[in-house]
Write a protein that binds this ligand. Structure first.
Ligand SMILES: [Zn+2]
Length: 194
């Protein structure tokens, strides 16, 4: 009982702690405050000082909690940069191994773990997708996060496997072959009618 209570006191009350702990934000990792405070890491991003202060807020009032698009975007764009760093890749590796990003839905990929990817590096184009490193295709995540794909960017999974080549999986060994009464179908059977 007492140990539970002491753990509760250690709960992270920061804006970042609240944001990454939010339902549906399991894909997002915690960017270290030090990284965010380094102006070099924010170069080229457009933001207001007030927005940055909320993101860095150590004692965020959760009773009035709401994410303004500005904070989410600023944190998201910094997040996309962070996960491309050595430490960021390591943080994402832990999440990948834990299965936080879900698995490839293809039957022949046999539950291959997936990584998040954006289809654009610009904010507001599309939500995050998952990339299967076995079949090298992208899918809608099952856990339906509404996160912007730019929080992860288009290069992240590829950087991840460059840094961690020992984690590269084999391509699927089998492939589904459509058959009718046991016979392979001729190509013409798949041609849509004009
Ligand atoms: Zn796959």
């Amino acid at each position: 009982m007492s140990s539970t209570q002491s753990n509760e006191h250690k709960v992270d009350a920061s804006w970042i702690g609240w944001f990454v702990g939010m339902m549906g934000n399991e894909f997002v990792c915690r960017v270290p405050i030090k990284f965010i405070k380094n102006k070099l890491n924010l170069a080229g991003l457009e933001y207001l000082e007030d927005t940055l202060n909320v993101v860095l807020e150590p004692l965020f009032d959760r009773s009035v909690a709401s994410v303004s698009g500005h904070e989410e975007k600023l944190y998201g764009m910094i997040h996309a940069r962070y996960i491309m760093t050595e430490r960021g890749v390591e943080d994402m590796r832990l999440k990948y191994e834990r299965g936080d990003f879900g698995v490839c839905p293809k039957f022949h990929c046999k539950g291959q773990k997936a990584l998040p990817v954006g289809l654009s590096d610009g904010w507001g184009h599309s939500t995050v997708k998952i990339y299967c490193p076995s079949c090298r295709d992208v899918f809608k995540p099952r856990s339906r996060p509404k996160l912007d794909g730019a929080m992860f960017g288009t290069s992240f999974p590829h950087m991840f496997f460059m840094e961690l080549p020992m984690l590269r999986p084999q391509p699927p060994v089998e492939k589904y072959v459509p058959r009718l009464h046991g016979f392979r179908l001729h190509e013409s059977a798949f041609k849509p009618l004009d």
